[in-house]
Design a protein around this ligand. Structure first.
Ligand code: GLN
Length: 261
């Protein structure tokens, strides 16, 4: 294979974005320069990327970048690849604290998408983000556009007795035997899987959140499509005004609850 056309007409998965990545050109350029012959160096760069993509490595890990909301984020195999569903949490939080000050905690921040997107939209908010993974925090710090207090530790361990107006988390929530995991082997399993019913992390967060919320503070969680009823039950003990949300595919995807006063 020599020309752009050869690659575009081949059965290679994601040949267009891979070519765009290696040639540092956009899709429009590729379409209008189909006769361009790749240099040996370009072909040598492309070959291992094609091989990895054929073996199922997600494109985002090859490009090292994934767009989320209005920003581009560096991602590595130490962090989950941002999902469009998670943008729902951003919309809910922006709506809830529109024009207001907010002390925000993002638990299990990964590449930092939730904390950074919200802080970037609200530079006056005080934002703390935690993760137990040092490697993930390194990526999150690299992605930061604004001042965020990153702390290492599991769930609330990193914030001791601090209190927040809003706690948000997209925790691991997939069941340990879920067959979908075979398609997610390249991503960090600790960011995906949470015990038998997928609710281990969510149970910890719901139990410990009251201690870390100010009066009438809010907890906002992303969860699996079949977990909403159970999560609402767990929340009822200490929370009120429980609201449920669907994602843009109409799957149950998030809950928002306010601490009982
Ligand atoms: N939404 C992701 C998926 O189903 C899972 C993310 C998570 O566990 N927080 O692939």
């Amino acid at each position: 294979m020599h020309s752009v056309n050869d690659y575009l007409n081949s059965p290679i998965t994601d040949s267009t974005p891979l070519l765009a990545l290696v040639l540092k050109k956009n899709h429009a350029w590729l379409i209008t320069n189909k006769d361009y012959t790749l240099t040996t160096e370009e072909k040598n760069t492309l070959k291992p990327l094609i091989e990895q993509r054929e073996q199922g490595v997600p494109f985002a890990y090859l490009s090292g970048v994934k767009g989320f909301y209005h920003l581009d984020f560096t991602v590595t195999p130490d962090t989950l690849i941002p999902r469009p569903e998670t943008e729902l949490l951003i919309d809910i939080a922006l709506d809830l604290f529109k024009g207001k000050a907010c002390k925000l905690l993002d638990l299990g921040t990964g590449s930092g998408i939730i904390a950074i997107t919200l802080a970037d939209k609200n530079p006056h908010w005080q934002v703390v983000a935690t993760d137990f993974s040092k490697q993930a925090l390194k990526v999150a710090r690299q992605n930061t556009t604004i001042n965020i207090d990153f702390q290492q530790g599991s769930w609330f361990d990193a914030v001791q007795d601090k209190q927040f107006n809003l706690i948000i988390s997209n925790p691991p929530y997939i069941e340990q035997d879920d067959p979908c995991l075979k398609d997610l082997i390249h991503e960090p399993q600790t960011a995906l899987v949470s015990g038998k019913d997928g609710l281990d992390a969510i149970r910890i967060i719901i139990k410990q959140a009251p201690k870390h919320l100010t009066n009438n503070g809010f907890l906002l969680l992303e969860h699996g499509y079949n977990q909403q009823i159970k999560i609402v039950e767990l929340l009822k003990e200490n929370f009120t005004h429980i609201q449920t949300f669907n994602d843009y595919n109409s799957n149950n995807r998030a809950v928002l609850a306010q601490l009982k006063s």
